[in-house]
Ligand binder design. Structure first.
Ligand SMILES: NC(=O)c1ccc[n+]([C@@H]2O[C@H](COP(=O)([O-])OP(=O)(O)OC[C@H]3O[C@@H](n4cnc5c(N)ncnc54)[C@H](OP(=O)(O)O)[C@@H]3O)[C@@H](O)[C@H]2O)c1
Length: 341
């Protein structure tokens, strides 16, 4: 890909006309890109304008199903007149595509994990600052109606400072050729699944101060199970697990002095929660989501573009940095280093 320089005056970080449609591009037309495109249809004043994938046939099939113009190259996608790029490739390529897009003057919504390590993420964020463009990791839970309702309920009727976050997910039977098990593509349970749990810990407890990890590596060299205990900046503790070899889909628990919250499974696509207050009150939240769920983060991202914002208040850069710092620490404990690290 070419290291393109931003075109003077070709884009603006000034707020844009709220009525103006946001034109999206997608790089990588695999599984999650399909879900993004389905969600985009539920986002007002936004449309899929262009896309590129390494292989022409899937890209053309994707365009036939969801719309958008298939481009001949990634550079052609960058120059196609889009406002924002959604990066839906595997994580080993996120940083390069993000930096190229930011340098081309585009806003970037990047799938999780934003990068494979903290050093890469710092380079991406430096590119975002230099180009004055919006960058956000597509970490979806906080945008779901349930999660927002939960935040509002706890603001109106608090349980106090959360002191323990317990969350996990483990998915067995992953085929050997799935990207989650690929060392080359920087797979593994921590980066594929664990980042969700790390998000939950950071979102409620703040940045990590200490991360202790036990786990195992599988035949392909990536981690297939990890269990983390972490201490966070305000003194809270997280107990997290992620796996690719045990059946362990779960809910999430937030504990405080004044009560506790269960976000029911699958907590990362949340629609139900139960709040049990210490005085005996029980509040059930039931907030179904539409559009597959990715539409909420996309709508939020479009609002930020329209407002000329360079960072999301709900998914700020500091949260992405803290999450990847936890993943770095956990991988170091397991002795897992990817190529070039
Ligand atoms: N937010 C969520 O809920 C969620 C859920 C699942 C996955 N994800 C994340 O989304 C990303 C993609 O996962 P997926 O399940 O969609 O994978 P996938 O189905 O394998 O699709 C990946 C796509 O990226 C392309 N690609 C891979 N590496 C590339 C590279 N270096 N340059 C250009 N194109 C490349 C692939 O093209 P080819 O066909 O040419 O290989 C394919 O089109 C991962 O980072 C994953 O962690 C997020």
């Amino acid at each position: 890909m070419t290291d393109t320089t931003p075109q003077a005056n070709s884009h603006s970080t000034l707020p844009i006309d709220p009525a103006r449609e946001i034109r999206w591009g997608i790089v990588g037309t695999g599984r999650i890109a399909r879900r993004f495109a389905q969600g985009l249809a539920h986002v007002p004043q936004a449309r899929l304008a262009a896309l590129w994938s390494r292989r022409a046939q899937p890209a053309h099939a994707f365009a036939a199903e969801f719309g958008g113009t298939p481009c001949d190259s990634f550079d052609a996608l960058l120059a196609s007149g889009i406002d924002a790029l959604y990066i839906a490739t595997l994580q080993d390529s996120h940083a390069d595509y993000a930096i190229a897009a930011l340098q081309a003057g585009l806003h970037v919504l990047c799938e999780k994990p934003a990068t494979i390590n903290r050093a890469q993420l710092e380079r991406v964020l430096a590119a975002a600052r230099a180009s004055q463009r919006l960058f956000m990791e597509a970490m979806k839970p906080s945008f779901y109606p349930l999660y927002r309702k939960l935040r509002a309920q706890l603001a109106a009727a608090p349980i106090g400072e959360v002191g323990l976050v317990r969350a996990g997910c483990s998915v067995p039977g992953v085929p050997a050729d799935h990207p989650s098990l690929s060392f080359e593509h920087a797979g593994g349970a921590l980066l594929d699944i664990g980042v969700y749990e790390m998000f939950l810990a950071v979102d409620w407890l703040g940045a990590p101060r200490d991360v202790q990890t036990l786990g195992r590596l599988g035949a392909s060299g990536v981690d297939t199970f990890a269990s983390l205990n972490s201490l966070h900046e305000r003194g809270g503790i997280a107990q997290l697990f992620c796996g690719l070899d045990l059946h362990g889909k779960g809910d999430a628990l937030l504990m405080a002095k004044g009560g506790h919250v269960t976000i029911h499974e699958p907590w990362w696509n949340p629609s139900r929660a139960t709040i049990r207050y210490a005085d005996g009150r029980v509040v059930e939240l039931d907030e179904p989501f539409e559009g597959g769920g990715l539409n909420y983060e996309t709508a939020h991202f479009c609002e930020l573009i329209r407002a000329g914002q360079l960072e999301s208040p709900l998914m700020p850069h500091a949260t992405s940095l803290a999450m990847i710092a936890m993943a770095d620490a956990a991988r170091a404990a397991l002795g897992l280093r990817f190529a070039g690290e």
